[in-house]
Design a protein around this ligand. Structure first.
Ligand code: ATP
Ligand code: ZN
Length: 285
């Protein structure tokens, strides 16, 4: 029987969340990440642990069938692989930053300037789209120090909180690319591997839906039961169970994480008591 082979970052910002996702999909990884290669105990999948920059190339060549990388790395390497699924973790942005004291009004200000980055392709495409020509200096690390040593007028780098920029006397002036971890795939998988991938994607979807939703339980007085039911969206309609105490019911439903606080406030106002909100591990719809 064929096995899928997935490439995961060996050690870095993607590693832990990638393995967690695999675990939440019910797949047990033998040996963890200590070795280059590892197998799953209960799913026909094999893991390769590599540097993230090498992953798109391995997936394109078919050495691996799948890989998990940041969208930024996927775009930058320009490899012929497809994004099978956005994974929602390792969110960050690629931004342009200039020294704090510089007056900046638009990207046109960078015309003819020097920009340091580790992402020449993404930057080049962005500049071209905006009709700007600049000299791109490719450096592989510590891009943020380039302006202070006189190497560049601006930088283009990954930002998550902005504190690194601030500490280096820079200000973020333009977001040029938004990234999150993605599952990439080889363009031509055998039928058997495609079926395994579909199975894996089904599990990933269930995990993601579970994370977006919460299970809610509450006690409702008879008089406001209908009002409370109307507030709760639910998958179908909420479950209503009578409590031992007369005149009260227990109401169960599912609510979305992002509407959570608003719904809670409305429920309290409507007379709901003993509200419990619990995480959902997986949601099969
Ligand atoms: P490797 O040694 O594998 O080459 P790396 O140093 O190139 O690792 P990491 O710093 O581990 O890469 O980042 C991996 C990915 O995580 C990045 O490509 C990006 O998509 C995302 N990322 C980077 N910085 C942040 C951040 N500050 N917050 C969130 N995600 C980030
Ligand atoms: Zn890397």
């Amino acid at each position: 029987m064929e096995k899928l082979r997935i490439a995961i970052q060996k050690s870095g910002r993607l590693s832990e969340d990638s393995l967690n996702l695999i675990k939440e999909c019910g797949i047990k990884v033998n040996n963890g990440m200590r070795t280059l290669k590892s197998e799953a105990a209960n799913f026909p999948i094999e893991f390769l642990f590599l540097r993230d920059d090498d992953i798109p190339g391995y997936v394109e060549d078919g050495v691996a069938d799948l890989g998990i990388v940041g969208e930024n790395v996927w775009y930058e390497t320009g490899r012929q692989v497809e994004v099978a699924k956005k994974l929602g973790f390792s969110k960050c942005r690629l931004s342009l930053a200039v020294p704090k004291h510089i007056d900046y009004s638009s990207v046109q200000d960078l015309q003819g300037g020097n920009i340091a980055t580790s992402y020449p392709r993404i930057l080049e495409d962005y500049l071209q789209e905006h009709g700007v020509t600049a000299n791109i200096h490719v450096i592989s690390g510590s891009v943020e120090i380039a302006p202070s040593i006189g190497l560049a007028d601006a930088i283009c780098d990954i930002v998550s909180s902005g504190s690194t920029l601030f500490m280096n006397g820079l200000k973020e002036v333009e977001t040029i690319y938004k990234s999150e971890a993605v599952l990439i795939r080889n363009k031509e998988l055998s039928q058997e591997k495609q079926q395994l991938l579909d199975k894996l994607l089904f599990r990933i979807n269930s995990v993601q839906k579970g994370q977006k939703n919460k299970y809610i339980l509450l006690n409702a007085p008879e008089a406001s039961l209908q009002t409370i039911i109307n507030i709760l969206p639910g998958m179908r309609s909420p479950t209503v169970l009578p409590l031992a105490e007369k005149g009260w019911n227990s109401v169960h439903s599912v609510i979305q994480e992002d509407e959570f606080w608003e719904v809670i406030d409305q429920l309290k106002e409507a007379g709901a008591e003993g509200i419990l909100v619990v995480p959902i591990e997986k949601m099969i719809l």
